[in-house]
Design a protein around this ligand. Sequence first.
Ligand code: ADP
Length: 275
Amino acid sequence: MSQPLIPPFGAPVHLRDYDPDYLDGSSKKDAKKDLKKKLAAAMEADQQRLDMLQEALYAEGKHALLIVLQGMDTSGKDGTIRHVFSSVDPQGVQVTSFKVPTADELARDFLWRIHRAVPPKGMIGIFNRSQYEDVLVVRVHNLVPESIWRERYDHINRFEEMLHEHGTTILKFFLHISKAEQKKRLTERRDTPEKQWKFSLGDLKERAYWEDYQAAYEAVLTHCNTPYAPWHIVPANSKWYRNYIIARTVREALERLNPQFPTPEKGIESVEILD
Ligand code: ADP
């Protein structure tokens, strides 16, 4: 059965309806191998195109692109940034990772630190975690009263609408993995020397709240999925499929923006360049 990447707007989202192993309709082992090969080639083409489109976006300087990455621990936020954007000029991309807020940040409204990090026109901004932490970890652990976090869905929608109206294209990706896949990845982190630095006991504590997080994500995907800032539920148990889907979606969004190189100054063809 085919599975939508963007859930229908305005309808409640149930994550059990979205298979984290979904692969474009093919589930058989051989088909998977063929698909992997085919999509690897498609992804390479998308990445080359992304590089060109980013350069035009920068040169034109009219639009910004904001990419929001959210997902459970080990869902692949870092891996996505490393793989999908490896071909793009680092000068045109700014990555912001949102951690536990500092005292300075907590003394402001929750969108203050987010707004400061949105990309200027001409740039691609990537959020590794985002404003959504304030209705995810904050909700799961009751870090503020419910009356406060409940209002935030609406605050976020209005904030994103304002960004959209001011020339920022917003794409939000939920990297959807299963609890079993998380166990596999945590085990690999624990047992691989080069990955152990990423293993934290805190991640195990958060894993115990798996169901609460799934419910908090369902609320986000239900309340904050809008035509001006859509959520994409990316089947992320396969890393190569996740990367392919995100590269393709970003490439398509940039193509819709259709950035153009500015017209050169008149007469430059005949300007003499002195020795
Ligand atoms: P990573 O993103 O690689 O997991 P860390 O291990 O430093 O990086 O985790 C960042 C932590 O900061 C996460 O546990 C996340 O839930 C937390 N965090 C981010 N934003 C907020 C927030 N607004 N309120 C509370 N905790 C937050």
